[in-house]
Write a protein that binds this ligand. Structure first.
Ligand SMILES: Nc1ncnc2c1ncn2[C@@H]1O[C@H](COP(=O)(O)OP(=O)(O)OP(=O)(O)O)[C@@H](O)[C@H]1O
Length: 515
């Protein structure tokens, strides 16, 4: 398979993945202790790594749910230390249909698709089996997979034989992903407002499709689940289906395998609201794409709401036919931008508020929270993972968490994030903004017109990088750390008093983060 390592133990990619998994296991063992590690991870089998997902087969759906709940974030954080491109973990509960069998079914459609990744343990491919949420997907490969309970605020539908067995059509909506706990900031306010409009339309279809796009881990899935939950809260009779594009493909390939595409079409075309996550995944998968297009058109023609998410805009989708890209762009396309510091802070406070009551005795100081908000800017998923990791460590060591300790625990993650913003980047952007020369950042000039922007740059370095004050001082012409501290404090004080300066800093920060 192009771009995909063979499953016969030959490739470097495979041994690389095995080594990474071994490293993750070693850390898990250390963190959980041998007995707990064995109970939960002793029978977990790595299937493969590809397209940003690490897939495992687990023996039972109970083990899947437990591992997802208790260790999901931690497992993802550990994988990301080994491979920052990993974005989610997929757990497949093995049953009569094995994970490997499911993976093989997918390979049929995906065979022609270039894809980066490696496979181990005999399964040829791991994609197509998930419904992403918080970076961790739970899938049951066995008949009788998760069904909606009457009391649950979500609904799944059975496609019955359409999907080659009793595989549910949609993925259950996660009850904790609601509008109430979605923190709104500048970068996501448009997407949030559009999502609310769709959710509260009560049968009207304000935009079709609503297309949410942006980099990974910034809340697209969260908003989709929130829309689904709100629609069902207002009308529990609505047939709402949420699934990933991978899962759509999985159903489709299964239907082909079971020669049951009629039932497949019927099942998908009878929903009221269809939400398809990560649609970029069908790029290059021609037959899945074709089927998706027909489903899409049939639903739009019948005035059913469609919500799509992707990592890029409709016109930037690769390997997707022009007519499909154009249809996807017909409704409202909203982008979610990278977060700014304030939004990250807001999210961290909100998450800490919900998590800390479950960990009596653990406290996180504002300094630690500020450190997280300033040093992990890539995705909210990572931010959450880091917070969970710190809480777990604080609980284990039984002492208050300090910034130094947090820096140590998260050093890999922080390093990966740091690559994005350097002191040089900040100096350049600040100099540009104030029409200064780059050398003015490190020059001895002390006139206000230079000194103030320099302090702004120091302030941003303190907040957007994890460099220490002496390190920052060195990059500003060998200034002492007390000078840096004075500059940072000065700007903090001025921001509160001077609205124009506050806005300038917001704009510069945005320019830095979006570079
Ligand atoms: N504004 C927000 N407020 C609170 N939590 C958020 C917000 N945005 C994202 N999150 C949380 O961050 C995590 C990642 O978000 P989500 O899965 O929705 O990202 P995504 O954009 O769909 O990523 P991907 O493209 O990888 O699927 C989730 O746990 C989600 O609840």
């Amino acid at each position: 398979m192009p771009g995909f390592d063979a499953a016969d133990g030959q490739s470097d990619g495979q041994s690389g993945v095995a080594a990474q998994w071994a490293a993750v296991q070693a850390k898990l063992r250390g963190n959980l202790g041998e007995a707990r590690f064995k109970s939960w991870f002793g029978q977990v089998q790595l299937i493969g790594v590809g397209d940003g997902a690490v897939s495992y087969a687990v023996p039972t759906s109970f083990a899947r749910d437990y591992i997802q709940r208790e260790f999901g974030d931690h497992l993802l954080a550990l994988w990301r230390q080994e491979d920052p491109s990993v974005r989610r973990i997929t757990l497949i509960a093995e049953g009569t249909a094995t994970a490997a069998e499911a993976a093989r079914a997918l390979a049929a459609d995906a065979a022609a698709t270039p894809s980066a990744g490696s496979a181990v343990n005999g399964a040829s491919r791991n994609d197509g089996l998930n419904g992403p949420a918080a970076g961790l997907d739970a899938v049951s490969a066995q008949p009788g997979a998760p069904r909606a309970a009457a009391s649950n605020p979500f609904q799944t539908m059975d496609a019955g034989s359409a999907t080659g067995g009793d595989v549910p059509l949609g993925t259950p909506l996660l009850p904790h992903l609601t509008f109430d706990n979605f923190v709104v900031g500048k970068s996501n306010q448009l997407a949030y407002a559009a999502a609310r409009r769709v959710a509260e339309a009560d049968g009207a279809v304000p935009f079709n499709p609503l297309y949410l796009y942006g980099p990974v881990g910034l809340g697209k899935t969260h908003l989709m689940h929130a829309i689904g939950a709100e629609i069902l809260r207002r009308d529990p009779g609505k047939r709402v289906v949420y699934l990933s594009a991978e899962r759509f493909m999985y159903h489709f390939v299964n239907a082909l395998r079971h020669k049951d595409t009629v039932a497949f079409k019927h099942a998908y075309r009878s929903v009221d609201v269809l939400m398809v996550d990560d649609v970029q995944f069908i790029g290059g998968k021609d037959s899945t794409q074709e089927e998706f297009f027909h489903t899409f058109n049939a639903l739009v023609d019948h005035n059913r709401q469609i919500i799509i998410s992707a990592d890029r805009s409709p016109s930037d989708l690769e390997g997707i036919e022009e007519r499909i890209r154009s249809r996807l762009g017909h409704g409202l396309a909203c982008d979610i931008l990278p977060t700014d510091y304030e939004l990250r802070l807001g999210i961290l406070h909100a998450k800490a508020e919900t998590m800390l009551p479950n960990h009596p005795g653990v406290q996180l100081s504002d300094d630690v929270i500020n450190f997280l908000a300033s040093s992990i800017s890539s995705s909210i998923r990572e931010l959450e993972g880091a917070l969970t990791t710190l809480i777990a460590h604080a609980e284990l060591i039984g002492r208050p968490m300090t910034v130094e300790h947090a820096q140590d625990i998260l050093r890999h993650l922080v390093r990966a994030n740091e690559k994005r913003i350097t002191i040089d980047d900040i100096q350049r952007k600040v100099a540009d903004y104030y029409n200064l020369r780059l050398v003015d950042m490190s020059s001895p000039r002390r006139s206000r017109s230079v000194a103030r922007p320099r302090q702004v740059a120091m302030y941003l370095c303190k907040h957007l990088t994890t460099r220490s004050l002496p390190e920052i001082g060195r990059k500003f012409g060998g200034r002492d750390h007390t000078t840096v501290l004075h500059g940072v404090n000065k700007i903090e004080q001025l921001r509160a008093e001077d609205k124009a300066l506050d806005e300038d800093i917001g704009l510069i920060r945005r320019a830095i983060e979006e570079q």
